[in-house]
Design a protein around this ligand. Structure first.
Ligand code: PBG
Length: 328
């Protein structure tokens, strides 16, 4: 039956009716907040110009930030390290006294109920800024990088990380990390795999924050071509086979179709990463008065849930959690 018998507007007539038939929910407990912890920060908090509201944090400040995140009901933080020194191999990544390892221990001690996830990658620790080790000709050596990534993941787990999240896009890294974790007594540590991570223009502000811009070339030899959707599903399924516990699509806003496709292709929980450039666009437009920040952020996060994300990694997490608490 069509109009006039069917009237779609009947169920939109009041807030309670709209609430009754709302298909998608958004809760603070579904959000993960990325945090940058810096070894040699000048002061406790160093602003990041392109990401208003996000800062590079000292150890003390990262604990304070984690406490605040837990207080507003956020499920987890995702840690990124900004080390004082870099080298060819990125050895700071698996240093037991490295900046991320210290931060994990400090946060787990101060706020044990908050989940701590760690980004597992070499790009913040290598002098050349690529996500793996280089061959003589400057190309990234996939297989030689696997051992270093696995070592890094184990050092994070040993420090107390609740989840490890490899973002390097080397082939076989999920399997290599799973094997090393199991062998070292961390069979219960889940892997959140950045499965479909694209070579995106939207990572620009992050690279300033984490000081991880490649010194030469780009990441298109390991990160995915934004034109490829079927390949994203293949990547996710391979990570599932290798033992991933959760799979991620990144970036988020221009990739809703792939969040949905990955959601359909696997029964695993799916995460979406609402990346730095997406955050920067919203903040800039809101500061200019072009959009209403609160409404835009909640609409974006809800749309990612509707697309099929169980979990959302977002720099808006603290604001969103507060706004959601005010709504109810
Ligand atoms: C490290 C990494 C990056 C991001 C997460 N992990 C940067 C990159 O691959 O260049 C991007 C996050 C963001 O933009 O918010 N490999």
């Amino acid at each position: 039956m069509a109009f006039p018998q069917t009237r779609m507007r009947r169920l939109r007539a009041s807030a309670p009716l709209r609430g009754l038939v709302r298909e998608t929910d958004l809760r603070a407990g579904q959000l993960m907040l990325p945090l940058f912890v810096a070894e040699a920060s000048s002061g406790d908090r160093e602003p990041i110009a392109t990401m208003p509201g996000v800062e590079r944090l000292s150890l003390a400040a990262v604990v304070a930030e984690a406490r605040e995140a837990a207080a507003v009901g956020i499920a987890a933080v995702m840690l990124f390290g900004v080390p004082a020194a870099k080298d060819e191999e990125g050895s700071g990544a698996w240093d037991e006294e490295g900046v991320v390892q210290l931060a994990v221990r400090a946060i787990k001690q101060a706020v044990p109920e908050l989940l701590v996830a760690t980004d597992v990658c070499l790009c913040e620790y290598t002098a050349h800024g690529h996500c793996g080790v280089l061959r003589g000709d400057g190309s990234v050596d996939n297989d030689a990088s696997l051992e270093l990534l696995a070592r890094t993941a184990v050092s994070h787990a040993r420090a107390g990380a609740d989840l490890v999240a490899p973002s390097d896009m080397m082939d076989g890294r999920v399997g290599a990390i799973r094997e090393e974790l199991d062998g070292e007594g961390f069979a219960d540590t889940p892997i959140l795999a950045y499965s479909a991570k694209f070579a995106s223009a939207f990572y620009g502000p992050f690279r300033e924050a984490a000081d991880s811009t490649p010194a030469f070339g780009d990441r298109r030899g390991y990160q995915m071509d934004p034109a490829n959707g079927r390949e994203a599903v293949r990547e996710a399924l391979l990570d599932v086979q290798e033992g991933a516990d959760m799979v991620m699509v990144k970036p988020a806003l221009a990739y809703g179709d792939l969040i949905s496709a990955v959601r359909q292709a696997t029964r695993l929980p799916v995460a979406a990463y609402n990346v730095s450039g997406e955050y920067a666009m919203v903040k800039a437009a809101a500061a200019a008065g072009y959009i209403d920040e609160r409404a835009a952020v909640l609409e974006i996060l809800t749309s990612l849930r509707r697309a099929g994300a169980d979990t959302i990694v977002t720099y808006h997490a603290k604001d969103a959690a507060r706004w959601l608490a005010e709504q109810t």
